[in-house]
Design a protein around this ligand. Sequence first.
Ligand code: NAD
Ligand code: LMR
Ligand code: MG
Length: 670
Amino acid sequence: MSNFSRQMRLSSSMIRRLHRRDADLSSRCFTTTEGHRPTIVHKRSLDILHDPWFNKGTSFSMTERDRLDLRGLLPPNVMSTEQQIERFMDDLKRLAVNARDGPFDPYALAKWRILNRLHDRNETMYYKVLIANIEEYAPIVYTPTVGLVCQNYSGLFRRPRGMYFSAADRGEMMSMVYNWPADQVDMIVVTDGSRILGLGDLGVQGIGIAIGKLDLYVAAAGINPQRVLPVMIDVGTNNEKLLKDPLYLGLQEHRLDGDEYITVVDEFMEAVFTRWPHVIVQFEDFQSKWAFKLLQRYRDTYRMFNDDVQGTAGVAIAGLLGAVRAQGKPTIDFPKQKIVVAGAGSAGIGVLNAARKTMARMLGNNESAFESARSQFWVVDAKGLITEERENLDPDALPFARKTKEIGRQGLKEGASLAEVVLLSAIASAKKMDKLNVIRPLAGVREVKPDVLLGLSAVGGLFTKEVLEALKASTSTRPAIFAMSNPTKNAECTPEEAFSIVGDNIIFASGSPFNDVDLGNGLIGHCNQGNNMYLFPGIGLGTLLSGSRVISDGMLQAAAECLAAYMTEEEVFKGVIYPSISSIRNITKEVAAAVVKEAIDEDLAEGYRDMDPRELHKLSQENGRVKNLGDSTSNEKTWLLGMEQVEELATYVENNMWSPEYPTLVYKRD
Ligand SMILES: NC(=O)c1ccc[n+]([C@@H]2O[C@H](COP(=O)([O-])OP(=O)(O)OC[C@H]3O[C@@H](n4cnc5c(N)ncnc54)[C@H](O)[C@@H]3O)[C@@H](O)[C@H]2O)c1
Ligand SMILES: O=C(O)C[C@H](O)C(=O)O
Ligand SMILES: [Mg+2]
């Protein structure tokens, strides 16, 4: 029996519940003076939802949803009209509240609503506005405002966007997927809402993040908006507030777990790849417990990747290499960097694995190189420093657990606080440097510190004054602070705090956008945005245009290298380690070209539309890219800055990017 047919067995209690609710609602809400006489409609599916005469939004009963091909096009919870009005009124009143995230924009949510209405009315115009003003509006349609949107989604929900596959749809997904009106879908971003940015479990409301990511796919990667599909897999929520909220739009059950959970996601994958065999699925904001498992489960069979694990890793590597260059050192000095990472979830572990691999490759790519690279990291999670003494240690974090022997020598212990680790890892690194006869000022232990402090903890303000003070005593010529957690209020520290406490000469990056800091005397403390938005659109586009069946480690590595090489020496020296978002379309084009090139080199490229693999191969031969990161003889020239342009491929990519222009329309009878 296939996975799919195994799931044909619906949860009967769930069905009974939904039908009971249907019956209640239809008797409550739709008895009019016209009695029960039905209205004949000549439309189905989205055409009904987009027609103000017939649309009932979340009030369509389950039987109507089935009859009118609406299943999956609405959040699963059927609402009464009273509930719909209550949601609307709550939202209307919320306008009076200063709805903002972070200190910047008190009108962020209002701007989102206006843009969203334009999105509903006229997609071409919406993307024209977004692309032309990407610096101003990316923070509205994407991080950080998208976090606020997800938190308030029940109130903000108007016209549905995307598809909802719920636990109650088990056994139905293969047919439901045909309710989506587009015959071609290139990109799906799917979430189960279990870890939305740093805001935790937001259940069905997490659909907002899939919508925001796909907005960037259209704006940055030029994916045709008619071929993107945001998806919410609603397997319930463990958010007690949402479970009790009568206006919540999702399934009000605790999350499915174990095999039950996996069979739902399996069925979804089977359904979408059956209807759209060439689609690419980006997994987004799954709690780490599932993020790694699902990635391992699907990555060799399907065209998929996990943005939080793999996209973030690439962006972090590019930034870490930028920080090395900003110190005036060659990138091959990266393996000497001492890095403290706060957060060992899907993002933190993704970054650690990629950084360790990159170091090991630079050191010769053998076992001792891997071992040596391991000792460059100190990892702190909610329970403090991770060591091999930790009980029930997550297997994904195990490779980074410090050894008992080492921590004894370093004066550290299992569970040591972040401030202790920042201070004491610095001492350890000083001792090692001493042994290596590297001259470092050792006047007092506080004089030495790690080179990098990187936060992916989702804990706002984690880099306290004490932690930053500890970092201040660094011997690094230019310590780097990556406060990568989102949204704004979850950032581990602000750039103001970092520059004012640690000093003007630091490198600073944050996941959400902050303004640069005026350091006085005409000096600017640059705030970089270290966000996976610089990579995921190019990874998706490159995969699409190469026609690769899978997304290999090499393709991800090529994307990261391309981003790292994007910045000039002059820029990194000024502390600018990531590009401006205003050039995101160009960056994405370059990243996509690098991904296509790698797919060709690995013999994975199967072509796209008229471009067959042979043609692609010819294009990539036009001018090759020197790629030498893994070479033990690599030096600055052959790695990174020796990366040649893949111009022909970049032109191929550019020619396949959609731009928002009105097409001429003509009418043709079916
Ligand atoms: N900038 C980016 O591009 C980017 C990309 C992915 C994730 N993120 C952000 O990173 C954060 C984490 O994402 P995730 O998927 O890894 O989440 P997660 O829930 O899987 O992991 C969070 C980790 O932080 C640890 N943690 C909690 N409290 C801590 C504390 N006081 N000190 C140290 N560690 C602590 C937890 O133990 C866990 O290991 C989120 O805020 C997310 O928005 C940013
Ligand atoms: O969504 C973002 O802004 C980045 C990242 O995917 C996150 O989960 O925080
Ligand atoms: Mg994410």
